[in-house]
Design a protein around this ligand. Structure first.
Ligand code: SF4
Length: 235
């Protein structure tokens, strides 16, 4: 027994040297209160990508990967004036499409994917955008996040698309910490009351884009500053 005590005294305690961990996830009452405030401030939040219908939404979301919505919105009015259906997109062709979206990052790959997904929509879905996750994710250039946006906005499903803004807000605040977008999405799925799920991703994306910004968050005008557990918040 005496020997054991001596050995423990000589060793620094692990906890003392551990780096600060991420904030613990919020409790149900904090989640409820935060979304009550978001809902009161903006009862019908909207996505900012210009579109006319499920097909143009799908194209806009594919174009928005690693690009800003504002940048996509500069290019899509001219594009949709010429091609707002899969058939018209194929008639436009990849070269013209590329030219119309060349201000958007990764435009060559995106043009290829939009042509390929338009072909697949015509071949397998009668030219319509499918309303299931599996069918959406089977389209070229469409991953989980894009499918979630289309399911939510075009088909009214309570899906939560985790983009860079939402990922930052969920981790920074402690609302739903996660190492990957999927972990954050699943954390929010578990934590959110059903009535907030349809609009949750819009509220959180808008919050991250305009208030809880990456470099300089505007904490003094933040609706949820008292609930936020980020040690560096400026309030
Ligand atoms: S208090 Fe600051 S860091 Fe926390 S959510 Fe609000 S803006 Fe973001």
């Amino acid at each position: 027994m005496a020997r054991k005590k001596t050995a423990l005294r000589g060793k620094p305690r692990k906890l003392a040297t551990r780096r600060p961990s991420r904030p613990a996830a919020w409790g149900a009452a904090e989640v409820e209160e935060a979304f009550r405030r978001f809902a009161a401030a903006n009862p019908e939040p909207k996505g900012e990508l210009l579109h006319r219908d499920p097909y143009t939404l799908l194209v806009a979301v594919v174009l928005s990967a690693q690009a800003t919505d504002a940048g996509v919105n500069k290019a899509t009015p001219a594009l949709f004036a010429r091609a707002d259906t899969p058939e018209k997109m194929l008639a436009l062709g990849e070269v013209c499409l590329r030219d119309l979206i060349k201000t958007i990052g990764l435009y060559r790959t995106k043009a290829k994917n939009i042509i390929a997904l338009s072909q697949k929509l015509i071949a397998e879905h009668g030219g319509a955008v499918p309303s299931t996750r599996a069918a959406l994710e089977a389209l070229p250039g469409v991953g989980r996040k894009t499918a979630n946006v289309v399911l939510n906005i075009a088909f009214g499903e309570p899906t939560i698309a985790v983009d860079t803004h939402l990922f930052r807000v969920a981790n920074r605040t402690g609302l739903a910490p996660g190492k990957t977008p999927l972990e954050v999405e699943q954390g929010l799925e578990r934590a959110l009351p059903a009535r907030f799920k349809l609009h949750a991703h819009h509220w959180l994306i808008l919050h991250g884009r305009y208030v809880c910004k990456a470099r300089v968050p505007e904490c003094p005008r933040c609706l949820i500053s008292d609930l936020c557990r980020w040690p560096e918040k400026r309030v």
